[in-house]
Write a protein that binds this ligand. Structure first.
Ligand code: GTR
Length: 428
């Protein structure tokens, strides 16, 4: 049936009004993230034949290695750094970002059967100073699109990154900083920034990931994409911690959502990583799978089967979920600083079940004479605490305000001396 002009326009206006209302709700709503579920078993309790843990050395030498193995074997698959025989440096711009930074392209070479595959990392360093703290992060669309047009284009990008319309829509739906991390602000605050794009090595696509170059390595063990991305964080970490310009004990991994899961896993596996900022990392990130009212383990494994090794997605894989859950991954980060960013409308990632995991993990921080999570509720972030947690208004995505908080958090924890730290952490 043909609709006349007179009928179409009112309908179009209704649609526009609905989109506008949805957008306002998405970006401003201060909905409650819900009640905090019960804390799971303490990470210090007996665990599958291993007796309770009573000291930091028992944790470090006995329990932590056991848990690292369990996360690899039961959930994510292998996530070791990939060795690179050499690292090539190429200066792209000695005076980038309005002459405040140097932009380089680092190329690592991963050995695969029949050759080597390049893994490229963009490195921005401030023009003044030395021994910079470093923020390491992946981008969603490619180094050329999200960092600098002079950087190489990837062999594959997700659909939403292929057109300007797709990118504009992504920014509208997922926040102003989803495709534009605030590099200038990071440099201005004295951080070096290492940026990688995972799509050439471990594309976020079920078919392409199965055929990806990362599986052609001689030492390959079965892994899912989250573990593969964690390997990329760790591979770049190995290369950059050897760089004399970088303060090797002050390297922070930042990741949003799927990359927040990977950042937490990578830092959990390598105790030398200095800090983690996981933004809305959700299920198999900072959120308890067993207590979540958001995305369940089964839902995520059905929707993103390539994120996990095949053996993890078999029906009986979650039998041990009550005892073995994500609070143990957060516990593996102790005693390091961790910032968990959340959004009130992002019920799918269930901030409250992530808060419960952080509370429970704090028992391990106590072994190191640290407080862990020091705030009593989700809305009173204490950025100076070892684990800081905030809930901002609105929905899933990355906004400049998330980055402001992340950099405030790092300024406090990576401050060279108490005098250099900001006087008071900012609230939400
Ligand atoms: C969602 C997924 C989450 C999270 C997110 C993202 O659809 O269910 O677990 O990873 O995607 O990465 O944006």
């Amino acid at each position: 049936m043909r609709r006349g002009r007179g009928g179409f326009y009112p309908l179009a206006w209704v649609a526009v009004a609905l989109v506008a209302v949805a957008w306002c709700v998405q970006f401003t709503a201060r909905a409650s993230p819900g009640s905090i579920p019960n804390a799971p078993t303490s990470p210090l309790a007996a665990f599958e034949g291993d007796s309770p843990v009573a000291s930091s050395s028992e944790w470090t030498l006995r329990r932590a290695p056991l848990l690292r193995r369990a996360f690899i074997e039961r959930i994510y698959g292998a996530a070791a750094p990939i060795a690179s025989a050499s690292v090539e440096h190429r200066t792209i711009d000695a005076s980038a970002l309005e002459r405040t930074a140097q932009l380089e392209l680092l190329t690592l070479y991963f050995d695969v059967q029949g050759g080597a595959i390049p893994f490229q990392v963009a490195l921005l360093t401030p023009k003044t100073g030395t021994r910079f703290p470093l923020v390491m992060l992946p981008v969603f669309c490619g180094l050329d699109r999200d960092v600098d047009a002079r950087l190489p284009s990837p062999s594959w990008r997700p659909m939403r990154c292929r057109t300007s319309l797709g990118r504009a829509f992504t920014q509208l739906s997922h926040g102003d900083a989803i495709l534009h991390p605030p590099f200038r602000a990071m440099i201005a605050r004295g951080y070096a920034v290492a940026v990688f794009y995972a799509g050439d090595i471990a594309p976020d696509d079920p078919v392409l990931f199965g055929e990806a170059a990362i599986h052609q390595r001689a030492d390959t063990q079965e892994s899912g994409a989250i573990a593969a991305w964690a390997s990329l964080y760790l591979s770049a970490f190995e290369a950059l911690r050897a760089d004399p310009r970088i303060a090797s004990s002050q390297i922070a991994f930042w990741g949003h959502s799927r990359y927040g899961k990977a950042a937490l896993l990578a830092a959990g596996l390598d105790p030398r990583v200095g800090a983690v900022i996981a933004n809305q990392s959700g299920t198999f990130g900072a959120t308890l799978s067993n207590a979540t009212r958001g995305e369940s383990a089964t839902q995520i494994m059905r929707r993103f089967p390539h994120w996990f090794p095949r053996r993890s997605t078999t029906p009986d894989h979650r039998e041990d979920a009550a005892e073995f859950d994500q609070h143990l991954l957060l516990a593996l980060l102790a005693p390091r600083p961790v910032l968990l960013g959340n959004a009130a409308l992002d019920r799918w990632s269930d901030p409250a079940a992530s808060f419960a995991a952080a509370r429970s993990a704090s028992a391990v921080y106590a072994l190191f004479h640290r407080a862990g999570l020091a705030q009593s509720d989700m809305r009173s972030p204490q950025l100076a605490a070892d684990i800081a947690f905030y809930v901002r208004p609105g929905g899933h995505g990355v906004r400049s305000s998330d980055w402001d908080r992340a950099l405030d958090f790092l300024d406090i924890h990576f401050a060279p001396s108490p005098a250099a730290a900001p006087a008071a952490p900012r609230g939400v």
